[in-house]
Each structure stands twice: as C-alpha cells, then as structure tokens.
Design a protein around this ligand. Structure first.
Ligand code: SF4
Length: 308
C-alpha cells in the first residue's frame, strides 16, 4: 500500500513516470544476469518482455546481450533464446517465423534482438531485406552507441565528437549518428518507434502496440552503457531522461513509413546538461557543445515538421 501511494505521488509529479502503476508485475528475466550495474540494455529487455509475455522466441544477435543472457545451459531469460551471428538477427528471425507459420503457429512473437553495431552496421543488410519483405517479426535495437562487447569501439550510432576506444580524443568521432528510424521508415514498414528505458510506460506501451501489428515492426531503444559512456551506475536513468528532455533522443512513432507522431514533448533542457554527466564527452570545448546544440535543434525542427 505504501509503495502504491508513493508511485501514485510520483505519477502526478513526473510525466516520465506516467502510468508506472500499470506496468505488468510479471518478470521474464531472472535477477542473476551478467550485465554491468546500471546497464540500460538489461532494462530494455526486461520492459519489452513485460509487454510481449512468455509466448515469445528471442533471436539474439552477437552483442553484449549474448553475455548478459549467459552461456548454455544457463539463461537469464525465461523464454526460448536462439543465439545467432552478429549480422543475422533479422534473417534468423525470418526463418524462425517461417517455421512457426508452417506449423500453423501465428501467435508466438518472434523477437529479433540486436545492439546498434548489429543493427546500424553489420546487420543492416539482413534487416533491410526483412523490412522490404515485410517479415512478421518485431526487431528491437538496443542502442548504446558503440560496440560495447568488444571494448567500446565506434559504430555508426556513435554520436558526433564522442570518445570511443577507436575514436580517441585526438581524433574524435567526427560524423553524425546514422538516422536508423528514417532508414526503417523508408522501408514503409507498418510500425517503427523510438523508446527509452527512462520512460518505461511509454516503452512497454509501444512494445505492446508492436505485438498487435502484423509485418515488420522496429523499436529503437535508447540504452545507456556504464563503462562505455563513463558514468557512475546510478546515473544511467538520469542520463537517459536528459537525452529525451534535451531533444537528443526524441520519443516518437512512425506508422506505415509516413505518419509521424510525437510521444512526449521534452522540456528543452540545454544539451550541455546531458553531456556533462558522461565521461565520453569530457573533452568537449564550448564551441563544440554549441555545434552539438545547433544540430540537436535542427533535427528537432525537422522532426516537428514531419509530425505535422
Ligand atoms: S558493457 Fe554496457 S551494454 Fe554491455 S553489459 Fe555493460 S553496461 Fe551493458
């Protein structure tokens, strides 16, 4: 009862916690997984499975999650898992879907799960093929903005001027992050959306909506990484919330590749507030922070035009 009261209070004061009381209590992850403390990827899986339930098969591409899930015969998940190669999440999931269809099973959800490296870079060809064929799969990209499982190596999801082990400060990442949602929208798939582990109700709602749609669905989930972004574990959710509130990572949906809908209107916090909590941006100079702010504002205006 005290917990319910506290959550009700939180719900009225904080829009990010809206609907927290309706989050399903059922868990499909065991507590003894292998993620680092403060890992957003672990939270992303936990929330998505709350929406999908246990009639789900997880096709897991090589990524941090291969380690988090554990090595056979151990598993951190209470649903069947098919571990697959880095580039094959969408292709393997398409195969699992075809097999289920041949058995007359239209109900089981096939969940392809990959990080940004396995989605933006290595697995993009398989993902594009699945999207173009409109395979009946739900593809989730948990985005921690680098190859964290190989030692914080740059991916095409790494943000402009961020430090990684392969883009050190003397030669930082000088290209903008790839717009994966626009790429998936261009495939005219039925449903694509961004979500964040800092907005669990929104995330679970979107995963539940995707579950009820046939064809290729794509969720892009913002997932902080403790060692890769160089923050203290208790700050992960705060950083994820600031990413949304500063418009660095807006929450929105795209239906049929054309209908854009904003899910949450941010408070327009200066991007500096978001950057300063992460060691990967420690080296930034004033003018560089200004450049990032300009780019964030420009992309936000573009998103608003698409939404109207
Ligand atoms: S390295 Fe990052 S993504 Fe990988 S388990 Fe640790 S916190 Fe999670």
């Amino acid at each position: 009862m005290a917990r319910d009261k506290a959550l009700k209070l939180l719900n009225t004061r904080d829009p990010a916690l809206k609907g927290l009381l309706e989050v399903p209590e059922e868990e499909y992850m065991y507590s003894g997984h292998n993620a680092c403390p403060g890992c957003g990827a672990a939270q992303a899986m936990r929330f998505v499975l709350k929406a999908l339930g246990n009639q789900t098969i997880n096709v897991l591409a090589a990524s941090c999650w291969s380690g988090i899930a554990g090595v056979f015969p151990y598993s951190a998940l209470k649903i069947p898992v098919l571990h697959t190669a880095f580039e094959t999440a969408a292709a393997a999931a398409s195969g699992v879907r075809a097999s289920l269809d041949m058995q007359g099973d239209k109900e089981t959800v096939v969940l392809a799960w990959a990080g940004d490296g396995g989605t933006f870079d290595i697995g993009l060809q398989a993902l594009s093929g699945a999207g173009e064929r409109n395979e009946d799969i739900l593809y989730v990209c948990y985005d921690n903005e680098a190859y964290m499982n190989t030692g914080v190596h740059r991916s095409s999801a790494t943000p402009y001027l961020a430090w990684t082990a392969t883009t050190p400060v003397i030669h930082p990442q000088d290209r903008p992050k790839k717009d994966i949602l626009a790429i998936m929208a261009a495939h005219r798939i039925p449903y694509a959306a961004t979500a964040s582990v800092a907005f669990p109700h929104d995330l679970i709602e979107k995963a539940g909506k995707a579950k009820g749609i046939r064809g290729t669905r794509f969720l892009h989930i913002y997932s902080p990484c403790t060692p890769g972004w160089r923050y203290s574990p208790e700050l992960g959710i705060k950083i994820a919330r600031l990413a949304v509130e500063s418009k660095v990572f807006p929450l929105y949906e795209v239906e049929g590749g054309e209908r854009y809908t904003l899910s949450y209107r941010p408070r327009a916090v200066p991007v500096r507030e978001y950057l300063r909590l992460q060691g990967r941006f420690d080296h930034l100079r004033e003018e560089e922070i200004g450049l990032i702010q300009e780019e964030v504002d420009r992309r936000w205006e573009r998103l608003l035009r698409w939404c109207t």
